[in-house]
Ligand binder design. Structure first.
Ligand code: GDG
Length: 471
């Protein structure tokens, strides 16, 4: 077994599917933000990525991707139901997003979650060389840091939470709250998207474990765990390269043509998820059409809703509701050959996404709660000419950085309507100033800056830096 000095442990491998039938394997990202986010830093590093390849049963043998080794973890059908669709995505996910959907507490899911976390920890322990850094990702694997510490006390262990970490009132609902908190505290460094999350974490460590905790450190079992905010970002250079590609530029022009050369294009790109606020957005847009503020003949909305967690009942119900509402809006306000909303429930390639970002005049990103939201940052990075408006929810982590966006409370449908109109009617100079400020911020805070900040904080002794050259 080849071992690495840097190991990433995440629910998914950074692949869409299994390797291609001819055995070739290339970077093909799944629609989750995590794979998109880590792609940029891992390719040049002799690292191993431990994760699920998709599918059930025996894990496929996967060739390396450049210098990155892939170590698949297998999941059975029961694992998928109890660990992934169950505890991770029906209990933790809704609870961590303000319980905008009722979390399900089904007791038998816990044992599967624990067993699968152990499997990931075992795999990581196997591929990590002596003294390696292991970087565990997200809410699916909250028990892994402690399990790994028990197996391999020599390792430097990091944990990063991509989703919000909730206030005590919500977290306290979790039947397995102590184990989950203790699991994370197996790490040397627990990273969050926002300061508020580190604050919530400290409060919980005091309340549930009686630990001595500040917003920067938690003292537990004779160790000191460091915590902090590390707002994730995107590969700005990749987006810039995409939007300047001639084929992408002409694809963007073609899209505008296919949309009927409207005066204005509004765009939303989300995984089809109840946290993304798609229904609130549709209500607001439908009322703007109803009240005559928006006319189908000069404005179109494009809603990309990428299929996600399709076997989970609440996602199926959401899809039905959204599709019913899009159908109603198009039925009432569309004209022959001119739908009010172009709704696309399918995955897109990166180049197609970049072309969509270029085509839009107003990007509408209105999650009810979101750890960060990379789509908002991608839109800004895609606007090479400095044009375009971004309407952004106050409840997305990215709102703390993209302050010049048209910020909005998506729960307030009247406020949302008013903000959409302001963004649509803003003058060019105002938009250009806002966009320039957001682009400046992104230029200095891309994915590499994020990864370096996290890894160098994890590696405060500088040991890892000499092994990998990353930090
Ligand atoms: C979680 C947290 C946090 C979307 N559709 C396609 C596609 N995408 C890409 C986007 C973007 C990513 O997926 C989505 O990232 P988001 O951040 O918007 O949202 P989540 O999936 O909920 O991600 C989130 C993130 O983790 C990172 O920490 O920001 O808060 O919830 O990059 O462009 N990519 C491709 N085809 C698609 O159809 N190839």
């Amino acid at each position: 077994m080849r071992q690495s000095s840097l190991v990433v442990v995440a629910n998914r491998l950074p692949l869409d599917d299994n390797a291609a039938p001819d055995g070739a394997c290339e970077w093909r990202r799944n629609p989750g933000g995590l794979a998109s986010a880590l792609h940029a830093i891992l390719a040049p590093t002799p690292a191993t990525w431990v994760g699920w390849a998709g599918g059930v049963g025996r894990a496929p043998a996967l060739p390396d991707v450049g210098s990155l080794r892939l170590r698949p973890v297998s999941l059975t059908e029961d694992d998928l139901r109890g660990y992934y669709e169950g505890f991770a995505n029906s209990t933790l996910w809704p609870l961590y997003h303000d319980a905008v959907q009722q979390p399900v507490f089904q007791r038998d899911w816990w044992e599967t979650y624990r067993t699968v976390n152990q499997r990931f920890a075992d795999a990581a322990a196997e591929v990590a060389e002596e003294g390696a850094a292991v970087w565990v990702q997200d809410y699916h694997l909250q028990l892994v840091p402690r399990m790994l510490r028990d197996l391999r006390p020599d390792l430097l262990i990091g944990f990063f939470m991509h989703v919000p970490f909730p206030p005590p009132e919500l977290f306290m609902q979790l039947p397995r709250r102590v184990e989950l908190l203790r699991g994370m505290l197996g790490a040397d460094l627990v990273g969050f998207q926002r300061e508020q999350a580190a604050h919530n974490f400290a409060q919980l460590a005091r309340k549930l474990l009686g630990a001595e905790a500040t917003d920067q450190t938690v003292a537990i079992d004779g160790r000191t765990v460091r915590t902090g905010a590390f707002p994730i970002s995107i590969d700005v250079a990749e987006m810039r390269a995409l939007v300047t590609r001639p084929d992408v530029v002409s694809q963007a022009k073609q899209l505008r043509h296919d949309l009927g050369q409207p005066k204005r294009v509004l765009l939303s790109v989300d995984r089809l998820d109840y946290t993304k606020g798609i229904e609130h957005r549709l209500t607001a847009y439908s009322e703007l059409l109803r009240d005559g503020y928006v006319k189908v003949r000069d404005t179109v909305m494009v809603q990309v809703a990428v299929p996600s967690r399709e076997r989970v009942e609440s996602y199926q119900e959401l899809r039905d509701r959204i599709e019913g509402e899009v159908g109603r809006i198009n039925g009432e306000y569309g004209r022959v050959g001119e739908p009010a909303i172009h709704y696309l429930n399918q995955p897109f390639g990166r180049a197609q996404l970049a072309a969509l970002y270029q085509t839009a005049d107003v990007m509408v990103v209105t999650p009810l709660r979101d750890g960060m939201n990379l789509v908002a940052k991608e839109f800004v990075a895609a606007r090479e000419d400095g044009s375009g408006a971004l309407v952004l929810s106050e409840f997305a982590g990215s709102a703390a950085e993209l302050e010049q966006a048209f910020l909005v409370n998506p729960h307030d449908v009247d406020g949302l309507k008013e903000t959409l109109l302001r963004a649509m009617q803003a003058d060019r100079a105002d938009l250009a100033a806002r966009m320039a400020a957001m682009r400046r911020h992104l230029a200095g805070h891309d994915i590499l800056v994020w990864a370096r900040a996290y890894l160098s904080a994890l590696d405060d002794t500088g040991h890892l830096a000499t092994l990998t050259g990353v930090a």
